[in-house]
Write a protein that binds this ligand. Structure first.
Ligand code: SF4
Ligand code: SF4
Length: 284
């Protein structure tokens, strides 16, 4: 089983459009959306949820008001001022350190696991799909990414699938690291701007740190030929293969509006470029 992640270093580079096209082109694979903070691949793939699972992470103190004698010890010890004068715990302030539960003389405080989000196994017209939704203001997106990746690998093993194709989260933080570790290949999607190059460099450094082999695609390359040249020069110096250059085409937006991937929607030059990209990823 080969694991391929598509990342960009930041949002808005057309990464999801490219991942969705790979979903349409690749056979015998499971798709994964690791952008658990703002998942959107399910919209493009029109996913139908088949399995729904709770994601629990971190703990919050809970006071049993029947047992509580209002001695005030827990309020005194809580560094985060999470316990109100009427002895309820404000979940947004509680850091889950459990100190209050240790100090309570009548054992009125217990630590409860937080429901931090949900993850799903769905069906799409392009095969199985694993995705997730992190709760509002919840952290631990790295843990949830690890969870969906594990579920996708299990599914691939169980069904003898050849590929796990991962739509990575933006940035270079913890969720990106969780989506990169242990993959065989990272496809970096960038656009021809100075910030695009800067973000691509940062995410390439992270991928290389984890010994992941890297290739790159320049999206909307024709909008700034000079910057495209600079990105290609950088890749040449760094021995990073540029496996595709996608031109700007309003058909990409039209395809999204029609709820299709660009390779299903149009027989344009973009489609042949995306087929070429997939062929090289398979071989890489
Ligand atoms: S330490 Fe225990 S008994 Fe004292 S106020 Fe807090 S919850 Fe109530
Ligand atoms: S678990 Fe820690 S942060 Fe939360 S209420 Fe108790 S002492 Fe405060």
């Amino acid at each position: 089983m080969k694991q391929i992640v598509v990342i960009s270093g930041k949002g808005g580079t057309g990464k999801t459009v490219i991942t969705a096209s790979l979903a349409a082109l690749a056979r015998n694979k499971v798709m994964v959306d690791c952008d658990v903070d703002a998942a959107d691949l399910h919209l493009l793939l029109r996913a139908t949820i088949r399995e729904r699972h709770e994601f629990r992470s971190g703990k919050t103190a809970l006071i049993d008001r029947e047992l509580c004698t209002r001695c005030g010890k827990c309020r005194d010890i809580c560094r985060f001022n999470a316990i109100t004068p009427d002895y309820t715990v404000e979940s947004f302030s509680c850091e889950g350190c459990a100190l209050c539960s240790y100090i309570c003389p009548v054992k009125a405080i217990r630590m409860e696991e937080n429901l931090a989000g949900e993850w799903f196994i769905s069906e799409t017209r392009h095969g199985p799909f694993v995705h997730a939704k992190l709760g509002i203001a919840e952290e631990n997106s790295g843990k949830l990414v690890a969870k969906v990746r594990q579920a996708a690998r299990d599914l691939a093993k169980k069904n003898n699938l050849d590929y796990v194709i991962i739509d990575g989260p933006p940035g270079i933080g913890c969720p990106v690291i969780a989506s990169l570790t242990g993959v065989d290949q990272a496809l970096i999607v960038t656009e021809p701007t100075l910030s695009g190059l800067h973000d691509a460099k940062r995410v390439i450094d992270v991928a290389r740190h984890f010994n992941v082999s890297v290739s790159l695609v320049i999206n909307k390359y024709d909008l700034n030929p000079e910057m495209t040249g600079q990105i290609e020069n950088y890749c040449k110096e760094e021995r990073i293969p540029v496996i595709g250059k996608i031109a700007f085409d309003k058909a990409v937006v039209e395809a999204m509006v029609a709820g299709k991937t660009i390779v299903e929607y149009s027989d344009s030059a973009i489609k042949s470029e995306l087929i070429k990209i997939w062929e090289q990823l398979k071989e890489g």
